[in-house]
Design a protein around this ligand. Structure first.
Ligand code: FAD
Length: 517
């Protein structure tokens, strides 16, 4: 019979199996072999000094199988199975395709961008020389926005079972085992491309197809049912159903659906800036002045504040990371954040975003399903103009921004294409500026030293979530008016972040099976 044990250890003791085994023997008072235990969960407890590590451990009896509860993925041969078109090879599309293969249907995945190896070169050119390829960038191409993302795998999703399956599938395709145990699992931008490649290999080895540089420009509908898609060179790709997983940067897809009179809705979202501090400063605040040393991870934070009833919160915090250009068009600037698996850059950045409600959108922009999208685009264009065009980003020292002062110079910043001093307090829309300024003051009360001119705000973080929803039936997951069309992932407005989009992709695949049955 296995036994569950909790430990609270110093970061050094918790760092390796030897220290954990010694602590277990001490705690249980009985000797057992060092290969008979598994760490089930690991989290850093930084609430007080000294910082400790909490571990949940399962000790297995002799002869018991370790971790029998791990899911087994049985992929079938789908070479001659019914084809299902999956538009988009991001987390939603890839996980939909993998699940379709398990369920015995043939995914035909089409993506506008390039395979990950070629895409990596385009992303490098964007970082180093500011050259933006509108079809191959941080948002578009194999693996979607998930490939050169930070690879944090946290989710607030209630569907814990599905969420565990997603982590196991990542692990099966090459992610380190610690993602299965860490309270805040993270892969890193350097490791994600090889994982995405392994997923493609699984799909293709079982008879699924993936086609790159195939932009979908039309949807074929016959008798009220989706029957396939039309790609930019005019040819038609047939499928018994269509999974639409194009992410929220594919604005042309929303326009294409509008032109076809397919229902869309505006939805609330959030926009703001990226803020970047020296990582040492965040470590000092979060670890109560204790040096991080070699056993603690780069410190993170999560902050939220209400300003006049409107939520302002940190989003996608990247300890030891970089701010990156996530634009998809030359005249619209978008920033985001990522880190490598070691999280060892000297910078800590996070999106700090302000809730934008439907009433705001209609007050400040236009009406109609694309009103939020137009508002988002207008802010990105303003950022581009204030950055001087291209992907050079407008930036301001944090305390200057909060005190409505222009910055004369800027501190060092991780953003590869470079930043230029700009008075963000003058050009950010009022509700966003006011919300951010008040929230930064409140954040400084929670984390003393947060509000400093050693930190910099960089504009704009505009794509935290989709401003549009492609409405679907909650039971069948099909579009409300087109049968056999399964909008899913971030672009559909029902999920956000890698794990929840992957879960949504899997659910869409299961719904396709129900539909075809
Ligand atoms: C820099 C960065 C860092 C991030 N960090 C994290 C993180 O740490 N953790 C986290 O959970 N989330 C993170 N995210 C967000 C996360 O990547 C997204 O939530 C997720 O990728 C959305 O998945 P998706 O499959 O719905 O869409 P996407 O990943 O956007 O994929 C959509 C795919 O559809 C394709 N496509 C679009 N239009 C067409 C068309 N017309 N025809 C054919 N193909 C098309 C695109 O090329 C793309 O491959 C980050 C995002 C970025 C940009």
């Amino acid at each position: 019979m296995h036994e569950d044990v909790s430990l609270n250890l110093s970061p050094r003791e918790a760092a390796g199996p030897g220290g954990i085994h010694r602590a277990l023997v001490r705690k249980t008072g009985r000797p057992f072999a060092a290969d008979r235990f598994v760490v089930v969960r690991r989290s850093v407890d930084a609430r007080k000094r000294p910082v400790r590590v909490n571990l949940s451990i399962r000790i297995y009896g002799d002869g018991e199988t370790l971790m029998p509860e791990r899911p087994v993925f049985a992929y079938r041969d789908v070479r001659s199975a019914a084809p299902v078109v999956v538009v988009g090879a991001g987390p939603a599309g890839l996980f939909a395709a993998l699940r379709l293969v398990e369920l015995g249907l043939k995914p035909v995945v089409v993506d506008r961008g390039k395979p990950v190896t070629a895409r990596r070169r385009d992303v490098a050119a964007l970082n180093r020389r500011g050259v933006l390829d509108s079809e191959s960038n941080y948002a578009f191409g194999e693996g979607g926005a998930g490939t050169f993302s930070d690879g944090k795998l946290y989710t607030r999703s209630k569907k814990r079972g599905d969420h565990r399956r997603v982590l196991h599938r990542f692990h099966q395709h090459g992610a380190d085992g610690h993602i299965l145990t860490d309270a805040h699992p993270h892969i890193g931008s350097n490791r994600l491309p090889e994982i995405v490649l392994a997923m493609r290999a699984t799909i293709e080895a079982h008879g699924g197809e993936i086609h790159f540089q195939q932009k979908v420009v039309g949807l074929s509908v016959a008798g009220g049912r989706a029957t396939g898609v039309i790609v930019a060179d005019g040819h038609h790709i047939e499928g018994r159903a269509v999974v639409l997983a194009t992410g929220h940067s594919a604005r042309d897809v929303y326009r294409m659906l509008m032109d076809k009179a397919i229902d869309l809705e505006a939805k609330p979202f959030a926009m703001g800036v990226r803020v970047e501090h020296p990582q040492k400063l965040i470590d000092r605040i979060q670890y109560h002045g204790q040096p991080r040393g070699e056993y603690l991870p780069a410190a993170a934070y999560r902050l939220a504040h209400q300003v006049d009833g409107r939520g302002v919160y940190s989003f996608c915090m990247c300890p030891g990371g970089f701010i990156v250009p996530a634009s998809t068009q030359d005249d619209a600037l978008v920033v985001n954040g990522m880190s490598f698996s070691k999280r060892n850059s000297p910078y800590a950045n996070a999106g700090i975003v302000v809730e934008i409600r439907l009433a705001d959108i209609h007050r400040f922009a236009s009406s109609g399903p694309l009103a939020g999208l137009n508002y988002q685009r207008a802010m990105e264009q303003t950022a581009s103009v204030n950055g001087g065009g291209g992907v050079i980003a407008p930036a301001q020292r944090l305390a200057d921004f909060v005190n409505n002062r222009s910055s004369n110079g800027l501190p060092a910043c991780s953003y590869p294409p470079g930043v230029v001093a700009s008075p963000l307090h003058r050009w950010l829309p009022d509700p966003i500026r006011k919300g951010l300024q008040a929230a930064f003051k409140a954040f400084d009360r929670k984390m003393k030293g947060f509000l400093t001119n050693d930190a910099v705000v960089v504009g704009v973080e505009s794509r935290t979530s989709s401003p549009v929803r492609i409405p679907r039936d909650p039971q069948t997951l099909q579009h409300v008016s087109v049968l056999g069309l399964f909008p899913c992932g971030e672009g559909a407005g029902y999920a956000g972040g890698i794990v929840s989009c992957a879960v949504d992709g899997e659910r869409a695949a299961e719904a396709v099976v129900q539909y075809l049955a």
